[in-house]
Design a protein around this ligand. Structure first.
Ligand SMILES: [Zn+2]
Length: 100
């Protein structure tokens, strides 16, 4: 129930028009995002626990952020060149309308 279902449906309809390579790129992007979130979480916990070396996460977060950026770029570039997603006009116009 709720907005989670809508987001899931949008992702599924987007994935429907994708080739294997695009799916793999999207997968790596998702993993990079998760890794970044995990590092933020770990740093937050370290700071809460008064870990004097909590700032060591800054470099790791920076690297993970770069990785995420590169993964996103690779994915977006593939879609642009290959045009294997966003073929579904309903999906594109619907997401534009929801964009506030
Ligand atoms: Zn493709």
């Amino acid at each position: 129930m709720g907005s989670g279902d809508v987001a899931k449906n949008s992702v599924e309809s987007a994935i429907g028009g994708m080739c294997t390579e695009a799916r793999q790129l999207l997968d790596s992007f998702g993993l990079a995002v998760q890794e970044l979130l995990l590092l933020h979480d770990m740093q937050f916990t370290a700071i809460l626990e008064g870990d004097p070396e909590a700032s060591r996460f800054d470099l790791l977060i920076h690297l993970a952020n770069e990785k995420k950026h590169n993964a996103k770029y690779a994915y977006m570039t593939h879609l642009e060149k290959h045009g294997c997603s966003f073929r579904n006009e309903n999906y594109t116009s619907r997401s534009r309308k929801n964009d506030r």
